[in-house]
Design a protein around this ligand. Structure first.
Ligand SMILES: [Zn+2]
Ligand SMILES: [Zn+2]
Ligand SMILES: [Zn+2]
Ligand SMILES: [Zn+2]
Length: 475
């Protein structure tokens, strides 16, 4: 590891036990806990094309297989393709001596210079929408499979609903449609197909003949070991996998790829169901209605200078702390003991376990539990005492007034002070059996909670465990 970015150096320990950089972590202002992408629920707000910014309802996106109808990616380098116009001379069919010019359009990549003419695709007479889909020989079979599974899913659902309605009369409309069938439409047309229904003829479901695996596969072409391979004419793995249904082997088979549609997601705390992040609806807006990124609420810790540590001795390491909030912050650095932290976390999980979105509309998907390596490979001597971090002030950089004198700083604790930033010296001793030093500390600070209600304390003390990759050890 020659070089690490700041975000990879300093990581915060989320309440779920995963280490994440400050840019990938959120602070729930209602639970006052750190949350990350691993421990929140993700909801799709809008679907849009990242190139033309067209907004699509989810049913339309499904029909278009989550691809934009008018934008294309380069099949060679995956950059966005642009439409080029050119004019061609054509002769009139009835009189060969007359020529007229006509405007035609083709696709080209401004990055790798691939054009749709390279692969012999005919120029289009309209600027957009003229490019058809490639014919897939397996299309009918795949369509048939989809139909089959839809019928199966529908039959299963009917069965479930019948069971439920025999218990109690219910008007509840099931929201889950496993294979994307609008539930009302399917109910009418697919009922007779169900083998589980008393009158069902089971035609569609019984038609399926399971495929059989065979040990015989087609042999390699005869010239595979004799023909010289021209690397520039065969596709690489990325190009091939970009269109999994065709998997072109040679560059002449590359075809423009329809652009993937992207979702705008909002994130919700699984414990209190409050939003942690909610983007604005409009795809062209990059703003958020709610954005509780830790970046705005937790002091940012950075390693000031990257050094090579000496083994067996105390090394001076400087960190900086930056206050992102418009309130003064009082903070202290405390030692971090991973074992004690993990125990406390387990205890909390037991008491909090039943809280997770009971009966809410939020669907909780269980993500396989991820855990981070919390092994510390260095001891750290932390400065004792408290430090006040000045509030963020956007005009401070234009101000010549020296703010440092306003705070009675202990020079043992504070190395330097500039606007809302403070530098602190740590003494790091690497463990004897390590080549790279990771230290841990807990940032204890007073957080001014602006959403607190009258019943809650406005200023709360938060403990944020942080791990810092200080650097390599020299012999
Ligand atoms: Zn919460
Ligand atoms: Zn988490
Ligand atoms: Zn588009
Ligand atoms: Zn390209």
């Amino acid at each position: 590891m020659a070089h690490l970015f700041q975000v990879d150096r300093v990581k915060l320990l989320c309440s779920c036990g995963v280490l994440k950089p400050i840019t990938a972590i959120y602070l729930c202002r209602h639970c006052l806990k750190l949350r990350c992408g691993n421990c929140v629920s993700h909801e799709v707000d809008t679907l849009f094309c990242p190139n033309c910014l067209e907004n699509l309802p989810s049913t339309e996106a499904r029909l278009k297989r989550n691809r934009c109808g008018s934008c294309f990616d380069c099949p060679s380098c995956s950059h966005t393709l642009v439409t080029r116009a050119t004019s061609v001379q054509t002769t009139a069919p009835d009189d060969p001596s007359k020529t007229s010019s006509r405007k035609v359009y083709y696709l080209t990549c401004t990055r790798c210079r691939w054009t749709s003419r390279d692969v012999g695709l005919k120029d289009q007479t309209v600027a957009s929408g003229g490019w058809g889909e490639q014919d897939n020989e397996h299309y009918r079979f795949l369509q048939f499979l989809m139909e089959h599974y839809r019928a199966l899913a529908q039959a299963e659902k009917l069965e479930r609903e019948k069971k439920r309605s025999s218990h109690r009369k219910s008007t509840y409309l099931s929201l889950s449609d496993k294979y994307s069938l609008p539930s009302l439409l399917g109910r009418k047309s697919l009922t007779p197909l169900s083998p589980y229904s008393p009158k069902g003829d089971a035609s569609q479901i019984s038609e399926m003949i399971p495929l059989e695996a065979s040990s015989e596969v087609e042999g390699l072409p005869d010239d595979i070991f004799t023909e010289e391979v021209i690397l520039s004419s065969v596709t690489n793995m990325e190009q091939r996998m970009a269109s999994p249904e065709f998997q072109p082997e040679t560059v002449t088979e590359l075809y423009p790829l329809r652009k993937h549609i992207l979702p705008k997601r909002s994130l919700r705390c699984r414990h209190c169901e409050h939003n942690l992040s909610k983007p604005e609806y409009n795809p062209s807006s990059i703003k958020f209605k709610i954005q509780l990124g830790a970046f705005y609420h937790v002091p940012e810790v950075r390693l000031v200078k990257s050094i090579v540590l000496k083994a067996g001795v105390e090394n001076g390491v400087q960190i900086s702390l930056c206050n992102p909030t418009p309130h003064d912050i009082t903070l202290a650095l405390l030692p971090f003991v991973p074992e004690a932290y993990l125990q406390a976390q387990q205890k909390e999980e037991c008491s909090e376990g039943g809280l997770v979105t009971q009966g809410g509309l939020v669907r909780v998907v269980d993500i396989p539990r991820e855990t981070s390596d919390l092994k510390l490979t260095g001891d750290v001597a932390l400065p004792q005492g408290q430090v006040i971090l000045a509030a963020r002030d956007d005009t401070a950089e234009y101000d010549d007034h020296d703010a440092a004198s306003a705070y009675k700083d202990d020079p043992q604790v504070v190395a330097w002070r500039r606007a809302n930033k403070v530098g602190m010296n740590l003494l790091v001793t690497p463990h004897s059996d390590t080549t790279r030093v990771k230290i841990g500390l807990v940032l204890r600070y007073d957080y001014t909670n602006t959403v607190a209600t009258a019943t809650e304390a406005r200023i709360v003390t938060l403990n944020v465990p942080i791990m810092i990759d200080v650097g390599p050890v020299s012999e």
